[in-house]
Design a protein around this ligand. Sequence first.
Ligand code: GDP
Length: 192
Amino acid sequence: TSPVVMTLTDTIYLPSQLKPVPAPQVALAGRSNVGKSTLVNMLGSRKGLAKISATPGKTRSLNFYHIRPGDFYLVDLPGYGYARCAKTEREKWAKLIDVYLTDNPWLRAVMAVVDCRLPPQALDLDLLAYASGQGLPTMVVLTKADKCSQREREAKKRVWADILAAPPLVFSGKTGLGRTALWAEIARLVNP
Ligand code: GDP
C-alpha cells in the first residue's frame, strides 16, 4: 500500500472564512488536551503536523487536512470544553463548529476523540447527539489507551457501545495502537 500523504490545506478561524470544500470530509472533535493533535500526527505518521499543546486549549481553529490517496479531508475541529477561557471565546468556537456541522453536504461523519480513562462527558455526548440529529454517522475513539488497563478499556467500550450504534475504537498516540483500524474506519466512513 502507498503511504498516506496528509497536507494541512486550510486553517479557519471565523465562520465567514468557511467556503465549500467539494470533497468528502470526516470531522474530528475532542475536548482540549484529550490527545487529538497527537492522533492527527500519528495518522499522518509525521511529527509536527498538528500542534501538540503543552497548554490546553490552544487549538482555536478549524484545520483541513487533505488526505491522499483517497482525496478526502480530515477536519480537526477546535478544541472545546476548555473551562479556563472566556465565555465569549467558547461561544465563538461553538458557533464555528455549529456553522461547519450544519448543512455541509460533504461531511460524512463526526468522530469524537475521548479519554479512555473518563466516563462519557456531557460535551462529547452533546456533540454526538447533535451530529446524529443532523443525520451524520458518529464514531468514538478512546484514546490514551496506553494509560488504561485492558479491563478498563473493555469496560469503557461497553459503556460507549450502549450509547452509540457502533462500538468505539481504541487508540494510543503513544504506542500507535489502533492506527490501522482507525484508518480503515475512516475509509469506510468516507466511502460507505
Ligand atoms: P489536544 O489538545 O487534544 O490536541 O491534545 P494533544 O495531542 O496536544 O495532547 C495533550 C497531551 O496528552 C500531550 O502532553 C500529549 O503528549 C499527551 N497524549 C496525547 N495522546 C496520548 C496517548 O495516546 N497516550 C499518552 N500517554 N499521552 C498522550
